[in-house]
Write a protein that binds this ligand. Structure first.
Ligand SMILES: Cc1ncc(COP(=O)(O)O)c(C=O)c1O
Length: 389
């Protein structure tokens, strides 16, 4: 394929037209595909022929979506899933054996934390956590059985940043598979493979869809690893639906312009909140006050759309702030056109003990703002009146 810039590729990297010469890729809502004859069917199943067989394995819409993400992330290959969690679970399950060990940042998405602490131990797969702000701890946690090094950057919900270059060099030195959850940044802002990641996972539900419509997930990276993940998934069935793939592929056409505006709004809001008397702390990667500002500047093109704030007064003040919100949405999603405000300690992470909350970067007064595409001043006015109330 011809080499285009990110924005052009996101639009022009699409399936070949059918005999109808449609301009926009049609939906292939079919569970299976037909064969010419018995020989065609045999050769397709043994993979002597590369073609669609059954939509649990592959589908044209899913392939278009995967190809776009592969190109955006600078990867070799990929596979798409029904949700981000299906992508994360299947990636680990395909690559790990009983007795293998994971080293991960402790600040990870709540369900990923649950996989590491509740489910993987059932299969004799243990995880050691390092503090995202102390990557110097990583090497001391590596054991002969360690196979995967895992992190998110920026993290959910604390918006912490880790040096991807450093993770890449540690993974290389110890022959580990480095997996990065790039959901908060998107490939428009950050491409972890450039820094040495072997695999990149995404919840496509978030900024990739960007409009709060469908669930989806994707993993991209080295073809040998993707082959293992594909074979596991082809048999276990976490595949993305062709309808959702069609939506997500269309969404990627506008990823660059959406992310530019999300980030412009988020920076304005972060700067406003930093001066607010009712807010004790604001974390946004592109604020000079962010503890890892220089790392963020090194590896990210823009600061992303998530702003984490600490409302003065802890848990009660956080709940009061949420109750006073008028325009923004109280919802569990993020990366939508609509600004969403959440209070992790009393909602998404309320099942975690206070030690676990602390380890995943959640303090009682932490509020996560997923800045949307509304007018920045309208968002600011709503947050301001809620803080003052
Ligand atoms: C960083 C991160 N990873 C993974 C997920 C899981 O994605 P999904 O909800 O699509 O399963 C989320 C969801 O919020 C997330 O924020």
């Amino acid at each position: 394929m011809k080499e285009y810039k990110f924005e052009t590729d996101a639009i022009r990297n699409q399936l070949e037209r059918t005999q109808f010469q449609e301009h926009s890729t049609p939906m292939y809502l079919t569970s299976s595909f037909v064969f010419e004859d018995a020989e065609d069917m045999r050769a397709s199943f043994t993979e002597e022929k590369e073609r669609n067989i059954y939509s649990r394995f592959s589908n044209p819409n899913t392939s278009e979506f995967i190809n776009k993400v592969v190109k955006m992330e600078g990867a070799e290959d990929g596979y798409a899933f029904a949700t981000g969690m299906a992508a994360i679970f299947s990636t680990f399950a395909a690559l790990l054996n009983s007795g293998d060990h994971i080293v991960s940042a402790s600040s990870v998405f709540g369900s990923t934390h649950t996989l590491f602490t509740k489910y993987f131990p059932k299969w004799n797969i243990e995880t050691s956590y390092f503090n995202i702000n102390h990557p110097d701890e990583i090497e001391s946690l590596i054991q002969p059985s360690t196979k995967i090094l895992y992190a998110e950057s920026p993290t959910n919900p604390g918006v912490d940043i880790i040096d991807l270059d450093l993770l890449g060099s540690i993974a290389k030195k110890h022959n580990l598979i480095l997996i990065i959850d790039n959901c908060f940044a998107t490939p428009y802002i950050q491409q972890p493979i450039k820094f040495g990641a072997d695999l990149v996972v995404h919840s496509a539900t978030k900024l990739m869809d960007g409009q709060g419509r469908v669930l989806g997930g994707v993993v991209v990276g080295e073809s040998e690893l993707i082959r293992e993940i594909y074979l596991f998934s082809r048999n276990t069935g976490p595949a993305l639906s062709p309808f959702n793939a069609w939506i997500l592929s269309k969404s990627l056409e506008t990823l660059a312009v959406r992310i530019e505006k999300h980030c412009e709004n988020a920076l304005k809001i972060a700067e406003f909140l930093e001066k607010h008397p009712k807010v004790s702390n604001v974390k946004y990667p592109f604020l000079v006050s962010h503890p890892q500002f220089s790392i963020a500047k090194k590896q990210m093109k823009l600061g992303g759309n998530i702003v984490a704030i600490e409302v003065k007064g802890g848990l009660e003040a956080g709940r009061k702030f949420l109750n006073a919100i008028k325009m923004c949405s109280l919802s569990a999603n993020l990366g939508d056109t609509r600004t969403i405000v959440t209070h992790p300690a009393s909602t998404t992470h309320s099942k975690l003990t206070s030690e676990e909350q602390f380890a995943t970067g959640i303090t009682p007064g932490l509020v996560r703002i997923s800045v949307g595409l509304e007018d920045a001043n309208d968002i600011i006015n709503d947050l301001n009146q809620a803080l003052k109330s």
